[in-house]
Design a protein. Structure first.
Length: 381
C-alpha cells in the first residue's frame, strides 16, 4: 500500500481532482521510539529577589572570559555568528502558553563553537517565563541557566566537554505564558561564543518581539467540546534556521484513568497550503480516544486524508496520522491544528513523538521546520 504524502494531496487540490476515499491506498510509517530515555529536565529556578540577578562569577571560563555585549564583537577570524529568536515576531492572547527557540546561525566549521552564553530580557508584566530546555547542549556538557520573572531576565551559559558544533543550530527552547496585554521585545542583552581553543568568536544578535492581545486561547478556532485538561502542547516551528531539528520538552505528569488532551500547533508559518503529521505513543500506557482537527476560518474548501486513531498500530505502539490541504486560501501565522484526547491505561512513561511531519506552501514546496517532542509519565490512580 502506498502512503499519500502531503505534497500529493496539495497537488491534487490544485488540479481540482475530486477527493475520494483513499484509505485503501494508505500505509502509515512505522512508529518510532525516537525519544531519548533521558528526557532533559529544564532548569526552572525562580528568583524572588527585587535586585537584578547577575551571572555567577564562576561561570564557564571559556565563555565569560571572552564575553561580549550585543554590539558585534570582532576578532581575527572574521566570521560572525548570529544569535536569534525563532519565531522573530509573535502575536498571542492572554493566557496562551507558547514556545520560542534561541538559535545560532552561520557557525563556521573551522574552528566551530564549543560554548555559548546569552542573556535575554522582556517585560515581566506581559510575559512570564516558565522553563528553559537545553537542545544543543543536552549531553556531555556543563553549564547553568536561570529564569528571573521578577525582573524579566534569562541567563544561559553552556559548554560541550569534548565536541563542537557548526552551521545553524538551536541552543534552547523557552516556554512563556502571556500574562498581560501589551508588546515586549525579547532582547539579547549579552551574547558570547567560544571555539574549542577558547578563542572568542564574532557574535551579533537579532531580537524577537511578542504582542499579547486581549482574550484567551490560541488564534485558531477552538471547538466548544475541547477537553479542558490540556496537559501538553507539541509545536511545529515553521521557518526555523535548521530544518527538522527536534526540541525535547520535559515530561508531563498524568494520572492513570484520568483523561487529558494534547494540542498540536504550527507557529510562524507563511503561505501554508497543506500540513501533515503522524504521532505515536506506547499503547500499554496510553490509549487515544478522540482526535479533533481545527482548520483556519479561511480554509473553507479543505480536504483531508486519513485521520484514523489506531491504538494497536503494532504490538507496542498506538498511532495517529492526518493530512489536510487547502491551496485556495493559504494560511500565515500561528494555529492550533489538532487536539488529541488520551486515557492513561497503565502506569509508566511513554514518549510522545512525531514519526512524520510535512508542511507545504501553496505551490506544494516544502517549508522548513523544527518540532518539539516529549513524554508523558502516568502515575498510578
Amino acid at each position: 500500500m502506498k502512503r499519500v504524502l502531503v505534497g500529493f494531496l496539495l497537488c491534487s487540490f490544485v488540479l481540482v481532482v475530486l477527493f475520494i476515499p483513499l484509505a485503501s491506498e494508505l500505509s502509515l510509517r512505522g512508529a518510532q521510539n525516537t525519544l531519548s530515555a533521558d528526557v532533559v529536565k529544564p532548569q526552572n529556578m525562580q528568583s524572588t529577589s527585587t535586585n537584578q540577578v547577575q551571572p555567577p562569577s564562576a561561570s564557564i571560563n571559556s565563555v565569560l572570559t571572552h564575553g561580549a555585549s550585543t554590539d558585534q564583537v570582532q576578532n581575527a577570524e572574521g566570521a560572525v555568528i548570529a544569535f536569534c529568536i525563532e519565531p522573530g515576531n509573535l502575536s498571542v492572547k492572554e493566557g496562551d502558553v507558547f514556545n520560542v527557540s534561541v538559535a545560532v546561525e552561520d557557525v563556521p566549521v573551522n574552528p566551530g563553537m564549543e560554548s555559548a552564553e546569552f542573556h535575554v530580557s522582556w517585560d515581566p508584566t506581559v510575559l512570564k517565563g516558565l522553563s528553559i530546555v537545553k537542545v544543543m547542549f543536552q549531553d556531555n556538557s556543563i553549564g547553568w541557566d536561570e529564569l528571573n520573572n521578577t525582573e524579566g531576565l534569562l541567563f544561559y551559559v553552556h559548554a560541550l566537554c569534548s565536541d563542537s558544533i557548526a552551521g545553524n543550530q538551536t541552543l534552547a527552547i523557552i516556554a512563556f505564558e502571556a500574562i498581560g496585554q501589551g508588546s515586549t521585545s525579547l532582547h539579547f542583552t549579552f551574547v558570547a561564543a567560544c571555539s574549542p581553543d577558547s578563542d572568542k568568536l564574532n557574535c551579533e544578535s537579532a531580537d524577537g518581539s511578542v504582542t499579547v492581545e486581549k482574550g484567551n486561547g490560541a488564534s485558531a478556532p477552538i471547538a466548544s467540546n475541547k477537553p479542558e485538561n490540556v496537559l501538553y502542547t507539541l509545536t511545529i516551528i515553521a521557518g526555523s534556521a535548521s530544518d527538522r531539528n527536534t526540541l525535547i520538552l520535559p515530561p508531563a505528569i498524568a494520572t492513570e484513568y484520568v483523561p487529558f488532551s494534547v494540542n498540536i500547533e504550527i507557529v510562524n508559518v507563511t503561505d501554508m497550503g497543506a500540513w501533515e503529521f503522524g504521532l505515536c505513543w506506547n499503547n500499554s500506557i496510553l490509549n487515544c480516544t478522540n482526535a479533533e482537527i481545527y482548520n483556519s476560518n479561511t480554509w473553507q474548501t479543505a480536504i483531508s486524508i486519513d485521520g484514523e486513531i489506531d491504538n494497536n498500530f503494532n504490538s507496542t505502539h498506538g498511532h495517529y496520522h492526518i493530512a489536510v490541504a487547502d491551496a485556495k486560501e493559504p494560511y500565515s501565522g500561528n494555529i492550533t491544528i489538532a487536539t488529541l484526547t488520551f486515557n492513561p491505561v497503565g502506569a509508566g512513561t511513554t514518549p510522545l513523538t512525531f514519526d512524520h511531519v510535512d508542511v507545504c506552501d501553496s505551490d506544494a514546496l516544502k517549508i522548513k521546520f523544527s518540532t518539539t517532542i516529549g513524554s508523558i509519565t502516568a502515575n498510578e490512580g
